[in-house]
Design a protein around this ligand. Structure first.
Ligand SMILES: [Zn+2]
Length: 311
């Protein structure tokens, strides 16, 4: 019988037994906890706008149904078993690397690589609560420890809370490094809109085909799940994008170099959407209400985190 939730050691062992390398075992266990809270049978139906669904422990996206290794695991239903999902994860890791998971963070996740020997004394084999990702090592400019703690309590105390909402909430409440340098933005990858779409180094991720700041995506995914039917009309913009928009005469538009659309590191980052009123209403009563705010009458399509007089 399959336990309702798997802990980090169980997940790491599962990954190795499915043919995964020791080197990646702890990282992959961690990713499974972020993606599914260690629950083998969950899916995120209704979250991905392109209609695809992410399945099981490692939230394997439907696009992998066409893959010669993963496809049969879908057809047999094994994708919702711990073993079958682990086999899919091992294969996807080989094909795309850990960046196949949007929750992977190359910098802070390096500490999970290497050294898994099948069992660790420090943690038990069953862990009843999903763990929040460790805070960034740099001195945080935003410290959301209290907010994360609150979210954990809320999740544990409400029977039947949605683990996906919880995971997205924790992700949105990551601490933001203060002085840490951010790699320069680079071109967006082409790819599918899904949980398994790799983030770019700039901190932009693919939300339903549009590049948006990584901290904004979970809020949009949450809103999508809770009834928002609009779309992102404009998310992350390069300097060239902003110049084009500004020169076109469209207003309101910030001068190139000053728009929050041109940043991805919280509190910078912005999205323009359709059906903004619904999004605003859903966000207000969500864990993201204090992060992502509607500009309202000033710019009725625009959402961002107002700071230093900019929005
Ligand atoms: Zn805008």
């Amino acid at each position: 019988m399959t336990p309702s939730r798997l802990g980090p050691d169980q997940l790491a062992q599962l990954f190795v037994q499915a043919g995964g390398s020791q080197k990646y075992a702890r990282l992959m266990a961690n990713l499974a906890q972020r993606e599914s809270g260690g629950r083998p049978t969950i899916n995120n139906r209704g979250t991905n706008r392109n209609g695809t669904v992410d399945w099981g422990l490692w939230q394997i996206n439907d696009i992998w149904r066409k893959d010669p290794v993963v496809g049969p695991l879908f057809r047999s239903g094994a994708i919702l078993t711990p073993e079958g999902n682990a086999r899919a994860a091992v294969h996807i890791l080989k094909v795309q690397g850990p960046k196949a998971w949007a929750t992977y963070q190359p910098g802070t996740d390096a500490k999970y690589l290497g050294g898994f020997n099948g069992a660790t004394a420090a943690s038990s084999t069953t862990t009843p609560t999903p763990r929040a990702p460790a805070p960034a090592p740099a001195a945080p400019a935003t410290d959301n420890r209290a907010a994360r703690g609150q979210l954990v309590n809320q999740f544990l105390n409400q029977h039947g809370s949605d683990p996906l909402d919880f995971a997205m909430g924790i992700r949105a409440l990551q601490d933001t490094p203060g002085a840490a340098s951010t790699p320069a933005p680079r071109a967006a990858p082409s790819g599918q809109a899904s949980f398994t779409t790799p983030p770019t180094e700039s901190g932009a991720v693919n939300f339903e085909g549009k590049q948006v700041a990584a901290w904004i995506a979970p809020a949009l995914a949450y809103a999508r799940k809770h009834g928002w039917r609009g779309t992102v009309t404009s998310g992350y913009r390069t300097f060239a994008d902003q110049t084009r928009i500004y020169n076109s005469g469209v207003r309101p538009a910030a001068k190139p170099g000053t728009s929050n659309h041109e940043g991805t590191q919280f509190p910078r980052g912005a999205v323009d959407v359709s059906d903004a009123q619904t999004l605003a209403r859903i966000l207000q009563n969500s864990p993201y209400g204090q992060r992502l705010k509607w500009a309202g009458a000033k710019d009725p399509v625009h959402f961002s985190h107002p700071h230093n007089g900019s929005y």
